[in-house]
Each structure stands twice: as structure tokens, then as C-alpha cells.
Design a protein around this ligand. Sequence first.
Ligand SMILES: [Zn+2]
Length: 70
Amino acid sequence: MAERDIERWFTDQQTRKTRRLEACANKRWFATEAEARAAALWDRTQFGERLTSYSCDVCTGWHLTGGHRR
Ligand SMILES: [Zn+2]
């Protein structure tokens, strides 16, 4: 791998890490998948939003992704 490619890869990894940290800080937090799924189901019945639960590798908790558009 060329040095330039390694630099690009490294920058890309840093960007992804920052995005994950920001997403983690801005999202609702759930201790378990069951809680996240319950919240997702609630949002679907209340607001018609389709959210997906995922385990977060930043805080080891669960968040929802999908619906919200601002
Ligand atoms: Zn998180």
C-alpha cells in the first residue's frame, strides 16, 4: 500500500470514529436490546417511524437508527 493510501485510510478511520462518537452522544441510550426494541415499537405506533436498534461499540449500550430526519 502506498504511503498516500495509508494516510487516506487513517483519515477515513478517524472520520468514522468521530461520527460514531457524535451519533452515540446525540442518540437515546438503552441498556438492553429489549429496551431499544420497545422504544422503536413505541415510535412506530406513535409517529409511524421505522427505527432499527443496534449495539453501540462506543458506549456498549443500544441506540436506534433510521427514522429521524431534521
Ligand atoms: Zn453509544
